[in-house]
Design a protein around this ligand. Structure first.
Ligand code: IPM
Ligand code: MG
Length: 367
């Protein structure tokens, strides 16, 4: 049997630092659990631009297509703000999503007990929160044509197009229903069918797909109401299925409910490969945080938990994923905190690498 393969793309800012902590976990699994990963590493985002003049080199794209899974840190930074749109760091990320056809973006928003006080909402509203946003990731207004800025009647006009085919809506919906089946069997679909034709089609197709999942309770909500409900009573939701742009916004909102962006992982899944497992890329929800990059202050947990999702969805190692998630939870329960998780007085923050070491110690203790 060949070793499972993983392409690591640390990217920019804190991407490098948090990925170093994931490397510790990968090494630990090799040493203590007997599974060796074939790990390769490459550049994406600003780091790739600095070397190749593009945010994702063709060779890197080709590698990403070959491996079992990609793990990405973060892209972007102020030094790239003035670059031409076509070579901005974000374009590297979007190219990976599009060319790997990663249509289902899973963004769990889970409130860790030890961190319930960090939420800007009252503790009783968020404690025990566990929702999963499934965001369509390869279509909609992010990619629709026509697009661009042109001159019409003497003034500039900016155009983007919200466009969805039935098939695009359907395959994402199936991914969302499948997840709901493994959870609390409730799915809320969000669009703006009151103002957008693409929203009417969305609602129609999701309703059609629901006939194949009679056990799942389906509801529909306008996305603006969805945003309101997310901050009013987030625990009413189990799985949310929504389009690319609404999903971008709603998932940031849901992430903040949990109190720390530094804790949240994500998975972007595509169609099954030859081995039956989905094409996949994993990334923390947080960005490159240029303000603290290189200072050893970043919280590596979101990236470590993204690797846990890779263990579950790409490597068929659900038990090891559970173990890793439990280790992170234990470290938090023990009061270990990076700077982003501090609101108690007198608690001294640990560094990025100390947090990684604490997770490794908890893994050791789990054996
Ligand atoms: C995200 C990010 C990206 C997006 C950016 C970096 C292109 O905000 O993953 O949510 O808009 O999808
Ligand atoms: Mg976003």
């Amino acid at each position: 049997m060949t070793n499972p393969s993983l392409l690591i793309l640390p990217g920019d800012g804190i991407g490098q630092e948090v990925m170093a902590e994931v490397r510790k976990v990968i090494d630990w699994i090799g040493a203590k659990r007997g599974v060796t990963f074939d790990v390769s590493e490459d550049l994406v985002g600003g780091a790739a631009y600095d070397k190749h003049g593009v945010p994702l080199a063709d060779e890197t794209m080709a590698k990403a297509q070959e491996v079992d899974a990609v793990l990405l840190g973060a892209v972007g930074g102020p030094q790239y703000d003035d670059l031409d749109f076509s070579v901005k760091p974000e374009r590297g990320l979007l190219r990976l999503r599009k060319e790997m056809d990663l249509f289902a973006n899973l963004r769990p928003a889970q409130c860790f007990d030890a961190l319930a006080d960090f939420s800007s909402l009252k503790k009783n509203i968020v404690s025990g929160l566990d929702i999963m946003i499934v965001r369509e990731l390869t279509s909609g207004v992010y990619f629709g044509e026509p697009r661009g800025i042109s001159e019409v009647d003497g003034q500039r006009v900016g155009v983007n197009t919200q466009r969805y085919t039935e098939e695009e809506i359907e395959r994402g919906a199936r991914a969302a229903f499948e997840l709901a089946m493994k959870r609390d069997k409730r799915l809320c679909s969000m669009e703006k069918a009151n103002v957008m034709e693409s929203g009417i089609l969305w609602r129609d197709v999701v309703t059609e797909v629901s006939k194949d999942y009679p056990e799942v309770e389906l509801s529909h909500m306008y996305a603006d109401n969805g945003a309101m409900q997310l901050v009013r009573a987030p625990k009413q939701f189990d799985v949310i299925y929504t389009d690319n742009l609404f999903g971008d916004i709603l998932s940031d909102c849901a992430a903040m409910l949990t109190g720390s962006l530094g804790m949240l992982p994500s998975a972007s899944l595509g169609a099954p490969m030859e081995n039956g497992l989905p094409k996949a890329m994993y990334e923390p929800v947080h960005g490159s945080a240029p303000d603290i990059a290189g200072e050893g202050k970043a919280n590596p947990c979101a990236c470590i938990l993204s690797f846990a999702m890779a263990l579950r969805y790409s490597f068929d190692m659900g038990e090891e994923a559970d173990r890793l998630e439990a280790a992170v939870e234990k470290v938090l329960a023990d009061g270990v905190r990076t700077g982003d998780l501090l609101n108690e007085e007198g608690v001294k923050p640990v560094s990025t690498s100390e947090m990684g070491d604490a997770v490794i110690a908890a893994l050791d203790a789990s054996l």
